[in-house]
Design a protein around this ligand. Structure first.
Ligand SMILES: Cc1cc2nc3c(=O)[nH]c(=O)nc-3n(C[C@H](O)[C@H](O)[C@H](O)COP(=O)(O)OP(=O)(O)OC[C@H]3O[C@@H](n4cnc5c(N)ncnc54)[C@H](O)[C@@H]3O)c2cc1C
Length: 462
């Protein structure tokens, strides 16, 4: 039991609001993006600044409270909140500052990618992010971060220059290549295990208008398209990125009515080379596979491509996730993809295969905590529906799809696509980086204060 006087005193140290059960905004504040997560934290601190974050870390440690950290709140497993925890909610800390001379982008710990896209686009710059703009910068980056610009500019972490981190003992430290290098190594892929990142400094890359959007094919061409895609995707110029998907066509513009609600396969493209060369970049695709059933492809500002699918995936949908890294797409794996990918359980459910070759491969497996640099793709099986009553169907399909394809995977999964899947999965993900992560955890968080995550347990708590 927490002492009420201590809670009041703690509240007095904060500039941001402290929300507790019984407060009118409690139910709203405890919601996360995945509608099937229903956790009841003991307190939610809407931190206004780094001082608030430090105060929360100290209070949780001194009162032996479970501590959860919320960046964008998008994690599939709901790792931004926990029952009975103190939640450090960073959603009021979303500032972005671009330095056009240095080509750097400084981002606060609660920002979303849309905040970064908006601010950096004004200067013709972009930081490699995912494929949707509502995800949090913090969670996505700390897990690695792959998306439209990964083949050309690497993972989000490959563009991270520095971070400010509040450690378990309440100290604020800088982590970069010169200071606290071990911590800097660990937060590039090791998730939120090592402290609260209050600020990220990224390299900005010269990206402004890209040429992109989806191409869709009928399911009876899916085998042919996947076989072509596995070859094409790997030898395409790094300016050209395309992720493969099984999907149900949304019933609205720009999709033609005769395709609405139809299960199809697709590749969503992003060409980030010179615009005058875009048609040339797509010519080989049309020569190889002929006309698509529909395409919505053209020049668009990077922030537009990055938010194209936001309206399809509002907060509150029930979701279930599984993922795996993939080195090869064998004929056998493709046959299984056809079986499960063409039987989506609900219209929003999907399967994506994201390329992580190109620039991602130019960083070594042990250069950052993100292992599996030799994988070519990161696959995600994503059951989604607005109706909570369908949760079981989503889970079943997702798990069965994953179980069928897992034997053809590289063994581990992208941490940001994992649910609560146990220590063996975490070890398989970090491979021979795992031991070093444990050593760094022992040094920076020996009592495992930061454990609402894909947890790397310090030795003393195993
Ligand atoms: C629709 C959708 C599309 C996606 N697409 C992509 C994609 O294209 N590429 C990709 O790489 N990923 C993608 N993801 C996965 C995404 O990377 C994860 O969901 C990620 O966890 C989201 O980060 P967040 O800050 O919103 O998460 P949160 O739920 O807030 O947090 C996730 C984890 O990070 C920790 N954390 C959050 N903020 C901090 C902080 N400041 N300091 C320390 N720890 C912190 C939390 O404690 C938690 O353990 C997608 C997710 C969704 C829902």
């Amino acid at each position: 039991m927490l002492d009420e006087a201590a809670v009041e005193e703690f509240k007095g140290t904060l500039r941001g609001e402290l929300i507790q059960p019984g407060d009118s905004d409690y139910d709203e504040a405890r919601k996360v993006y995945n509608g099937s997560i229903n956790k009841r934290p003991r307190m939610i601190a809407h931190c206004a600044d780094v001082a608030d974050v430090i105060s929360c870390v100290n209070f949780a440690r001194e009162n032996d409270m479970l501590l959860a950290v919320r960046g964008g709140g998008h994690n599939g497993g709901g790792l931004a909140v926990a029952d009975d925890a103190l939640v450090i909610d960073l959603s009021s800390m979303r500032g972005v500052r671009v330095d056009p001379e240095e080509r750097t982008v400084r981002v606060e710990g609660g920002a979303r990618w849309g905040d970064v896209d908006h601010a950096s686009h004004a200067f013709g710059l972009a930081v490699p992010t995912g494929i949707i703009s509502t995800t949090g910068v913090a969670g996505l980056t700390l897990g690695g971060g792959h998306g439209y610009l990964s083949r050309k500019y690497g993972l989000a972490i490959d563009n991270l220059l520095e971070a400010d981190v509040v450690l378990a003992d309440g100290r604020l430290v800088k982590a970069n290549e010169e200071e606290n290098e071990d911590l800097f190594w660990a937060i590039r892929g090791g998730g939120g295990n090592f402290g609260v990142v209050t600020s990220f400094l990224f390299k900005g890359n010269p990206v402004s208008t890209v040429y992109g959007g989806p191409m869709l094919w009928e399911l009876d061409r899916a085998e042919e398209i996947l076989r072509w895609y596995r070859e094409f995707s790997l030898q395409a110029p790094e300016d050209l990125y395309g992720f493969f998907a099984f999907l149900s066509v949304p019933p609205g513009p720009p999709f033609p009515e005769h395709l609405h609600n139809k299960n199809m396969c697709a590749v969503v493209w992003c060409y980030s080379g010179a615009l005058e060369d875009a048609e040339d970049a797509f010519r080989p695709i049309r020569e190889d596979v002929g006309l698509a059933a529909f395409e919505f492809l053209g020049p668009m500002p990077m922030p537009v491509l990055n938010s194209l699918f936001d309206p399809l995936l509002p907060p509150g949908l029930s979701q279930y996730w599984r993922g795996d890294f993939v080195k090869e797409l064998s004929d056998e794996a493709i046959a299984l993809h056809l079986e499960y990918g063409s039987a989506l359980p609900t219209p929003l459910s999907t399967m994506h295969i994201y390329p992580i070759d190109g620039a991602v491969h130019r960083v070594g497996d042990n250069d950052t905590a993100f292992s599996h640099r030799d994988a070519n793709w990161s696959a995600v099986y994503f059951g989604v529906d607005p109706d909570p009553d369908n949760a079981e169907r989503l889970t079943e399909w997702t798990k069965e799809y994953w179980a069928a394809l897992h034997p053809y995977s590289a063994g581990g999964a992208y941490v940001n696509f994992m649910m609560d899947e146990g220590q063996e999965r975490i070890k398989a993900t970090y491979q021979d980086n795992f031991e070093r992560l444990v050593e760094i955890k022992n040094e920076y968080d020996p009592t495992n204060l930061f454990r609402v995550n894909q947890n790397i347990r310090p030795t003393a708590t195993v």
